[in-house]
Design a protein around this ligand. Sequence first.
Ligand code: GDP
Ligand code: MN
Length: 395
Amino acid sequence: MYLYEYQGKELFAGQGLPVPRGELVTAPAAAREAAARIGNKVVVKAQVKAGGRGKAGLVRLVDTPEEAVAAVAQIIGANHKGEIVRQVLLEEQLDVEREYYLGITLDYSRGLPVLLVSNRGGMDIEEVARNNPGALVRLTLDVGAPPPLYQLTEVCLRTGLRGKVLLQARDMLQCLINIFYRFEAVTVEVNPAVLCRDGRLIAADAKVIIDDAAIGRHQELARWAVEPEEPCRQKAHKYHLGYIDLNPDGDIGIIAGGAGLCLATMDRVIEMGGRPASFLDLGGGITAEQMQAALEITLMKPGVKGIIVNVFGGINNCYIMAQGIAAFLENLTDGRQVRLVVKMRGHSQEEGWSLLERYGLTVIKDGTTEQAVRHLLGQLAAGERGWEHGHTIGI
Ligand code: GDP
Ligand code: MN
C-alpha cells in the first residue's frame, strides 16, 4: 500500500520526526482558513500516489490565503499520471538552505533493506545514482536488528554532514528505520529533507510504501486501506483472501492453501501446457464461507473454464473446506458450468472426500498435483461438460 504524503507524515510525526505544520483540504473554500491558521504563506501540494508532482506544477508556493484558494481550485480535479487529485495538503513554507535525500528501501537482489543518503536531495534519486553515484551513500541493513548509532554517524559523515545537521540527520535516519521495521515497509523515503536557514532539518516530503500483506497487522494503517475497485478483488478483500489476477487469456483458476503450494500448482499447470488465469492463496484457518467465496471469486473472471483446488488439511480442515465447495456448487446459478478438480488430503480427509463425491466431483486423494492438473487439462481438451447445478455428471 502506497501512502499519501500526508499519511506518511502522520507516521513520521508519530515517531518524533520533524514535519512541517500542515492541514489537509478537499475543497478550495476550506483553504482560506487553513492557510491563515498555518501562517498565510503556504505550500500547496496535491496528494497523489505517483511522483514528480513538483515538475507537474502540483506543488506551489503561495503568499496569501486568497492565492491558496485559487491554487487549490486549480489543483483539485487535475489528472496526474492517470490519478485525479482529490486532496490537497497545505503546509508552512520552509526557508530552504539545502536539500537532502534520506531513504530506506528493499534491495531485491540481496533480499535486504538498504539505507540511502545523499546531499543531492530534491532530485530523482535514480538520476543521482546514475549520474553521480559518488553522491549516494549506502548502508545495507540487517533484517533482524537496526544498525548501531556509530554506523549511522558514519553514513552521515560520508554524506558530508557535520555538527548539528549531522545529529538531526542521524535522528531522522533512526526514526525512518524504526518506521520501516515497525510498519513492515518496503520503502520509506524523505526527499527532500530540508535544512532551513534557521538550522532545523525537516521532512518536506514523505513516501511510504507498506507491504500489502502486513496491513491487517497494523491498526494505524488499516484505516487508510482503500477498498480495491475490481469486484473480484473487493470480494477477496472482504473475505481476507489473497487473490491475484494473472494472464488475461488464462482459463484455469488456481486455489491453494499457502502461497508456496499455489506457486507449485501454477508451475505444474504451465509446465503441462495450461494457462493459469488466477492465483488464490487460502492461507490457514479457512472457513466454509471463505472456501465458497474463493471459488466464486475465481469464477468471476469471464475466461475461467476450469478450477483446480489444491489443499492440505494441516491447519485447515478438509471437511470444512469440502462444505465450502459443496455450498459453492449448490449456489451455482443457471447454466453456469465449472470443471473442478480437488486434490485434498489431511485432517478429516475421509469426511471431506465423501461429501465431495456425493456431488460427483473428482477428488484426487492419494495422487499428485500432476495427476490433478492432467485430469483438468484432459477435461478441457476433450471439451467435456462441467458440473452444473442439479447435475451430478461433473468431473
Ligand atoms: P515531489 O515533486 O512530488 O517530490 O514533491 P516535493 O514535496 O518533494 O516538492 C518538490 C520540491 O518543491 C522540493 O524539492 C522543494 O524544492 C520544493 N518545496 C517543497 N516544499 C517547500 C517549501 O516549503 N519551501 C520551499 N522553498 N520549497 C519547497
Ligand atoms: Mn519529493
